[in-house]
Design a protein around this ligand. Structure first.
Ligand SMILES: CC(C)(COP(=O)(O)OP(=O)(O)OC[C@H]1O[C@@H](n2cnc3c(N)ncnc32)[C@H](O)[C@@H]1OP(=O)(O)O)[C@@H](O)C(=O)NCCC(=O)NCCS
Length: 235
């Protein structure tokens, strides 16, 4: 038998990049679990949820406990995590989970559902989720932890900040800029070149034709900016 020398020694890594935990066992987690399973390159070790009972399961993946379970998992070489806390209505809860994971030594890969398409020149930061049927177009930039839900279109040259929430059906035209922590509801349409400020909240079905300031609110079904109806002729 051939002796093993330095050149043929197999390196041992201190973590397994194929094993992941899912942080958060709520509604969004079911979509995330399915996306991770269908990717085929990860095994889900289990779910971390501070409000769920250890030993229960979410669509077949076991609940391992809350944040207190992270150090033991990390010690076992599990360091990959997917944040499935959506934070719609309150971006802070999603952001807090990233801080908890980073502090415990976990890494958050970008997850792209196989039916989504990300152009090769687009860039996704850590923790980005691209769910089924969405499209991230040429030269787009998507910041840390942003959630791109189903059937979202991010057009060319968009620059999307960190922990932005894009709900199903939202359409962004080219050259749109959205700053950190903004939240866009379902079927929001954004015109070309528009800038949406950080913390802005845009509700379902709004049409955004002009810039939205930092922290701005646009209500469901509204056209932004609002304008008076054109005067109609009476005679
Ligand atoms: C983004 C989102 C959170 C914004 O919601 P929002 O800030 O409550 O915006 P809305 O325009 O719907 O409502 C704003 C306010 O106007 C009120 N309002 C809305 N329509 C109204 C109407 N027709 N008449 C009277 N009041 C109305 C609401 O009650 C609300 O009042 P509040 O601020 O006192 O709570 C919301 O659109 C949303 O949840 N979208 C879907 C996101 C989602 O589900 N994504 C994941 C799917 S898996």
């Amino acid at each position: 038998m051939q002796e093993k020398n330095e050149a043929t020694k197999v390196p041992v890594f201190d973590f397994d990049p194929t094993k992941v935990i899912i942080y958060g066992g709520g509604g969004l987690s079911k979509m995330i679990i399915e996306a991770v399973r269908v990717l085929g390159c990860y095994q889900i070790e289990g779910i971390i949820d501070d409000g769920m009972k250890k030993g229960t399961d979410v669509i077949g993946s076991p609940v391992l406990g809350g944040a207190e379970a992270l150090p033991e998992l990390a010690a076992r070489g599990i360091r990959m995590a997917v944040n499935s806390v959506g934070g719609i209505g309150d971006f802070q809860v999603r952001l807090n989970v990233f801080h908890i994971l980073a502090k415990a030594g976990f890494l958050c890969p970008a997850i792209v559902h196989p039916t989504a398409h990300v152009d090769p020149s687009a860039r996704l930061a850590a923790g980005v989720l691209v769910l089924a049927q969405s499209y991230v177009s040429g030269n787009a930039r998507v910041g840390m932890g942003t959630l791109i839900n189903n059937s979202v279109v991010i057009s060319h040259d968009n620059v999307i900040g960190a922990c932005v929430n894009l709900s199903p059906g939202t359409m962004l035209a080219g050259d749109v800029v959205i700053d950190d922590f903004a939240q866009l509801g379902m079927n929001v349409n954004v015109n070309i070149g528009v800038h949406i400020g950080s913390f802005a909240r845009i509700a379902n079905g709004a049409t955004i034709k002009g810039n939205v300031p930092q922290g701005g609110r646009v209500y469901a079904g509204m056209v932004w900016p609002p304008r008076d109806l054109p005067k109609t002729r009476t005679a």
